[in-house]
Design a binder for this molecule. Structure first.
Ligand code: FA5
Length: 349
């Protein structure tokens, strides 16, 4: 009977085609079993089969459908498994490969030094004042100079060549105005004033290896009863040792500031000092000015100099950074060359 032959031959060719296919299982299924598929078309011939043979032919038809359906789903599963294996193989992570480094940013080296200074003074119980209300960079002549015992015609104003915005408003030349701003707000019933004020300052200095027209200072002030020069010396030595260790020598020399009496300046040796070095071989760089606060300054801030005494200092973190890292030109800090700046990475990334 030719329908049986045709069904058997369809089964054979279907098996071959399904085994041979690599991808298009769905198209094969439609082509074989769909409404207009080859098996469906063949089975339309059932109407011409003699009634006594229909059962046999029907069973064979069902067998062919069953076989094709099973083969198709096995093949589909095999193809999916193969695809999954290929994907897994291509996405394998070799955990022994060296990792790739991502560039991590970091604070500017000057900010790192300022952070170190802040941490040291926080440990000594100082308050840090660095907001623009209590420590503004655009200052008045009154706070920058007059309240610091530098009246308008004082010759010492020449020590700090100034960028004026108007005759009364200027870019602060020092962080010292924060002294008066803090004293005004301080409540002595709660104890002495102990503050530091880090920030930017501006001077019409000609830029060279150790001077910049814009640089940083950290002001410090302690006001209370019985504050002495020994307290000042101890405080300055502690921050110097924190930053420079024992390697660099430190010296204090008498100096002059209108707002302190007596006044000192502190120099740090450029090089490591060894016992066999002659004094004239040691090179010094000045890093800070300091002194016992002048009674006039206290009086102008409403503090009774008979009851309270004070010391103050203004240190230069730019010069600290030069010494600490052996940078011989301050202008390097302001060129923003990432190759230079990325050397100073406190986290060691
Ligand atoms: C002052 O500015 C005083 N206000 C410091 C002070 C405060 C004294 C409180 C007494 C009491 P002087 O001009 O020396 O002082 O500057 C202080 C420090 O700032 C210097 O030691 C130096 O480290 C730094 N400095 C000054 N000028 C420059 C500059 N052009 N570039 C970089 N650093 C500078």
């Amino acid at each position: 009977m030719s329908l049986i032959e045709d069904l058997k031959s369809l089964k054979e060719t279907a098996v071959k085609r399904i085994n041979a296919t690599e991808a298009d299982i769905e198209a094969l299924r439609v082509g074989l079993l769909g409404k207009k598929g080859e098996l469906t078309l063949l089975l339309k011939g059932m109407k011409d089969v003699a009634p006594e043979d229909r059962k046999t032919v029907g069973e064979i038809g069902n067998d062919v459908r069953q076989k094709i359906t099973t083969l198709l789903s096995e093949k589909k599963a095999a193809i999916e498994e193969q695809r999954l294996n290929e994907q897994l193989a291509s996405e394998t992570v070799d955990v022994t490969m060296p990792g790739s480094n991502h560039h991590v940013g970091q604070p500017h080296v000057l900010q790192q030094i300022i952070d170190e200074i802040e941490q040291h003074f926080l440990g000594l119980g100082f308050e840090v004042i660095d907001d623009i209300v209590d420590s503004p960079e655009v200052e008045t002549d009154e706070y920058n100079f007059e309240r610091e015992n530098l009246p308008k015609d004082h010759p010492a104003r020449d020590m700090q060549d100034t960028f004026y915005i108007t005759p009364e408003i200027l870019l602060r030349t020092q962080t010292s105005p924060v002294q008066s701003r803090s004293l005004e707000k301080h409540d002595f019933s709660k104890g002495p004033l102990k503050m530091i004020a880090p920030g930017k300052v501006y001077r019409r200095d000609t830029d060279d290896a150790t001077h910049s027209h814009q640089f940083h200072q950290v002001e410090g002030m302690v006001v209370g009863e019985n504050i002495t020069m020994a307290d000042l010396k101890g405080t300055l030595l502690s921050i110097m040792q924190e930053l420079f260790g024992e390697k660099h020598q430190i010296r204090m020399r008498p100096s002059y500031f209108p707002f302190t009496e007596p006044s000192v300046e502190v120099d740090v040796s450029w090089n490591e000092v060894t016992p066999d070095m002659k004094p004239e071989d040691i090179q010094w760089i000045e890093v800070l000015g300091a002194g016992m606060t002048h009674p006039n300054v206290l009086r102008m801030d409403g503090i009774d100099p008979e009851k309270y005494s004070a010391f103050a200092f203004g240190l230069g973190p730019d010069r600290f950074a030069m010494l600490k890292y052996g940078v011989d030109d301050i202008r390097q800090f302001y060129l923003n060359d990432v190759r230079f700046l990325s050397q100073f990475n406190r986290k060691g990334n």
